[in-house]
Structure formats: C-alpha cells, structure tokens
Ligand binder design. Sequence first.
Ligand code: C5P
Length: 242
Amino acid sequence: MSRRRQVYEGKAKVLYEGPEPGTLIQYFKDDATAFNNQKKGVITGKGVLNNRISEYLMIKLGEVGIPTHFIRRVNMREQLIKEVEIIPIEVVVRNVAAGSIAQRFKLEEGTPLPRSIVEYYYKSDELGDPMVTEEHITAFGWATYQEIDEILNLALRINDFLSGLFTGIGLRLIDFKVEFGRLWEDEDMRIVLADEISPDNCRLWDARTNEKLDKDRFRRDLGNVQEAYAEIARRLGILPEA
Ligand code: C5P
C-alpha cells in the first residue's frame, strides 16, 4: 500500500495529500499542547471528537453562507478539505473576559465584555504568536486591507451564529480562535474558513454552572478533559460511533 505524502504536521493535526488536486486530508491527533508548546500531553479520543465536532460546525456554518474549506469527513479521524493558502493570522473573537485578555487587563474571568472584541495574532511558534494590528498585517504583507475587512466580517458572522448555536444547547461561547485561507478557483480568489473549530480552540462554559468544557481543562490541569469534549459532542447530538 502506498503511503500518502504528508504535506504538513502541526501540533494537533497532520495534513496529507488528498485524492484529487486541490484537496487535502486533515488528520486529527490526540496530542495536545499549551503555552506555546511548553506543556504537552495526549487526550485519548480527542482527535475523533474534534473531527466530528469540527465537521458539524463547519457544515452548519456553510449552511448559513460562511465559505469553508470543509468537503466531507472520511473516517473517524480524517476529513477531506480544500487546499487553501493559509493566512498566517490567528483571529480571536471574545465575548467574555477569560484567558489572556483577563490577565492583561486584570479583568475577572467571566466578566462580559462591552462588545465582542476581535484580536489578531501572527502565527509564529518562534515568536510565540505575538498580537498584531491591521497595520502590521498589511505592512508586512500577510494580508491586504480588503482581505482583513473580509476576515473581520466573517469572524463576526461566525461569532453570531456559533453564540446562538451554543446558547441553544446550554453553553456560553466565551471566545474562540479561527484561521482563514485563500481558496483559488481559476482566476478567482475567495477567503474561506480553514483549520478547525473545536473545544481545542473555543472556550465553552456550561451556561448554568460555568463549568469549563474546553481545552482550559488541559491547560489548567482540571481533569476530565476527554469527558468535557465528549459532553460538547453529546449536546450537539453527534457523539461518534462506538
Ligand atoms: O489564551 P487566549 O485567552 O488568548 O485564547 C483566546 C482563545 O483562542 C481561546 O479560545 C483559545 O483556546 C484560543 N487559542 C487557540 N490557539 C492559540 C491561542 C489561543 O486556539 N494559539
């Protein structure tokens, strides 16, 4: 059996060449890292859950008109995606103070923000993903002003839709990180949602108890990490096949 060509390996995922030109296979690992790789671990079953959760959310977002790289899930740990040129910016949308914004401005975790706040971070392990502004992004040529406008617009629409979806299943979407890519079709280029949306890159709290049901359980050694991810999948109605 011929081994597929690996095109990229990240902390939580591997990308392989897809069956057709312009496609890739995205494989979800159980590996978890935090604090820019300083903390490493394995959350058994995380890859299977994130593959399912991300599939579900990408399909739902697609249905409301958010373009995504997602094509279809192919098995428990893999999905077929469109190959895109990743824009090297992590886009964080925050609704409630938690994590780094709570630290930076000495806000109590759980304090609702006056309005949703969008932040950009330059994707660089070496630099520790520094926060950047539109000025840095455009001056260094990571994206154009027009692309940033589109990214901001998409990020806010994603936030609106996901906030409502999670509210409906008793969860608060505190914040999340998304990535975008350029999808080339003939001469046309579109910005599409890429990477994944899962409890690895969202903060999700139980609406009644404020229990954390996301990667903060790993970051902060709260235990029951896999159980929290499974709870998100259960509430979405998509617990993976046995
Ligand atoms: O740590 P911080 O508060 O800045 O994280 C904001 C949001 O972005 C959290 O939901 C976190 O899971 C996500 N994030 C991420 N990848 C990073 C940094 C943050 O998914 N490298």
